[in-house]
Design a binder for this molecule. Structure first.
Ligand code: SF4
Length: 325
């Protein structure tokens, strides 16, 4: 959170980090540090999917070589599943992608964000904010994944609140989710473990060579073609008026707590319950529990500027909600 011209500027991801762990927020958003070790594989996969799907919607041919075979299969399947003969999305007329917004929650709090895309649904002609997600969880309707998005997801609420404050009228959020394939590549059976039939053939469940990348990709494509709805789901999310009010309360309360935490400096509390939240240690675990200093360049480095941060650094925030097509 940055204060400029007396206005606190925050984003959804920053508030999320703060709610998860105030110390993590301090390291990441106040001191602007990040671990030198590469980001987790799950995050990298998610970012790669996000980039390629964004290319489809911008009408730009993506660089598939940045993706692993199973993700290549996933994003190619996505385009085949939702694309029309011209390669355009057959459900949505995409108007713009990577659409920044900023809204004043009160005279002292500005929330910045970015919609992945904005378009018009072809069936209902409703303006739609598009949010691309990838997940390793079950994404079938009725799953806990969708229950959370439908009721609790504060990012969705924030988007709908932003569109309301910008006077867009009736708007929906289209949550566009891709399931990361849980199919492993097949490798050659170690020579010492190979077993043969009487005819001298290797047993069917054993291999004498690694599966090639192309074979692996084709196998994943085959599974996607058999059950595309297992891998691709789009859900429309709406919110009621009282949910917007609660969301504004949440933002104001969170910003207040962040101001207090900022004053506390290094005395800000840790949340040890969050250290292994995503099935791996938090990137600041070495600083919190391993005796490393977060400013030590052998463990941590300055965080690279996000586009939002770069905007904040460029100048004072505008004091009105804004958006133009
Ligand atoms: S290691 Fe745990 S306590 Fe430390 S910043 Fe990460 S989540 Fe917070």
């Amino acid at each position: 959170m940055t204060a400029k011209a007396g206005i606190e500027i925050v984003s959804h991801s920053e508030m999320s980090a703060f709610r998860l762990c105030p110390t993590k927020w301090r390291y990441s958003y106040v001191l602007r540090r990040e671990a030198k070790a590469s980001k987790s594989a799950a995050l990298t996969k998610g970012t790669a999917i996000h980039k390629v799907v964004g290319c489809f919607h911008r009408g730009v041919e993506p660089d598939f070589t940045t993706l692993s075979p199973e993700l290549r299969a996933l994003v190619k399947g996505y385009r085949a599943y939702y694309g029309d003969v011209d390669g355009k999305d057959r459900q949505i007329e995409i108007e713009r992608t990577d659409v920044p917004f900023q809204i004043m929650i009160d005279p002292k709090i500005l929330v910045m964000g970015e919609f992945d895309g904005v378009g018009i649904r072809k069936d209902t002609r409703t303006r739609t904010i598009i949010e691309h997600k990838s997940s390793g969880e079950d994404i079938s309707f009725g799953s806990s994944y969708w229950n959370k998005v439908a009721t609790n997801d504060s990012q969705v609420t924030g988007y709908l609140l932003a569109s309301k404050m910008m006077g867009w009228g009736h708007v929906e959020v289209l949550y566009d989710v891709l399931l990361k394939p849980d199919i492993s590549r097949r490798y050659a059976t170690p020579p010492g473990k190979r077993e043969y039939t009487k005819e001298g053939r290797l047993y069917a469940n054993q291999r004498d060579r690694d599966e090639t990348e192309l074979e692996y990709e084709a196998r994943v494509v085959g599974d996607i073609a058999k059950r595309p709805e297992h891998y691709y789901r789009r859900g429309t999310i709406v919110r009621l008026e009282h949910e917007h009010e609660a969301h504004v309360r949440d933002i104001k309360g969170t910003v207040h707590l962040m101001q207090v935490a900022r004053e506390m400096g290094e005395r800000v509390p840790r949340n040890a319950d969050a250290c292994f939240k995503y099935g791996r240690p938090c990137e600041f675990h070495t600083a919190c529990f391993g005796g490393a200093n977060v400013m030590d360049p052998s463990f941590y480095q300055d965080k690279k500027s996000s586009r939002q941060w770069a905007k904040i650094e460029q100048g004072p925030p505008e004091t009105v909600s804004r958006f133009t097509f």
